[in-house]
Design a protein around this ligand. Structure first.
Ligand SMILES: [Zn+2]
Ligand SMILES: [Zn+2]
Length: 198
């Protein structure tokens, strides 16, 4: 039993790709603060290991994604744009402070924290919904890193996980889900990711 527990702790503690050849590009949009980028880079490395991180020059959000009725940007259109910026197996994370949305069941235009395409290159994260109610900068950065790692998880092939507190749990539109997670994959997701052939 002790062995089982320590093995479990070991599985949770180490980054997943210790000798990784995976490349992840970070694409900031508009006025996204460069100071957040370092925290995001550290957070990705803590979760995914020594991946090759590329910081691309800042760009404007594509006008094709703008949704005038709500003054925000359609996330799936941002993903389409991001996908044109990289090739091969490189993943790309779009980062914006502006509000993003997608269609969610009966809601035609639903504001979201982020969106990642399953088993594909792009994902996008918005800080717009992470700063409400005077959150501390520490909590804000924790939220941002968890959401980046969650959306990256989708690009590595993961759908939502039913296990409580898993990084891949569906936030279901509430920041409480993000806050209660410790930012780790559950054992099942972790093993699946470690066995993933890239
Ligand atoms: Zn998700
Ligand atoms: Zn899981």
């Amino acid at each position: 039993m002790k062995f089982f527990i320590s093995l479990l702790l070991w599985l949770v503690a180490i980054p997943i790709f210790s000798q990784s050849k995976i490349s992840i590009a970070l694409q900031s949009f508009n006025n996204f603060p460069s100071s957040y980028i370092d925290s995001i880079k550290t957070g990705i490395e803590q979760k995914y290991g020594k991946v090759k991180l590329i910081v691309l020059p800042n760009k404007k959000l594509p006008t094709s994604a703008y949704y005038k009725p709500r003054n925000r940007y359609r996330a799936e259109k941002i993903l389409t744009f991001l996908d044109t910026l990289v090739t091969g197996d490189t993943k790309i994370v779009g980062l914006t402070t502006l509000d993003i949305s997608t269609t969610n069941g009966k809601y035609k235009d639903w504001g979201i924290f982020g969106l990642g395409e399953i088993n594909a290159r792009p994902c996008v994260v918005s800080t717009f919904r992470l700063k409400k109610k005077n959150v501390s900068s520490r909590l804000f950065i924790q939220r941002l890193v968890k959401i980046v790692n969650h959306e990256l998880g989708h690009t590595f092939g993961f759908e939502h996980c039913p296990f409580y507190n898993c990084l891949m749990e569906d936030a279901k539109g509430t920041i409480k889900t993000v806050d209660k997670s410790d930012g780790n994959f559950c054992k099942k997701c972790r093993i699946l990711l470690m066995n993933h052939v890239f």
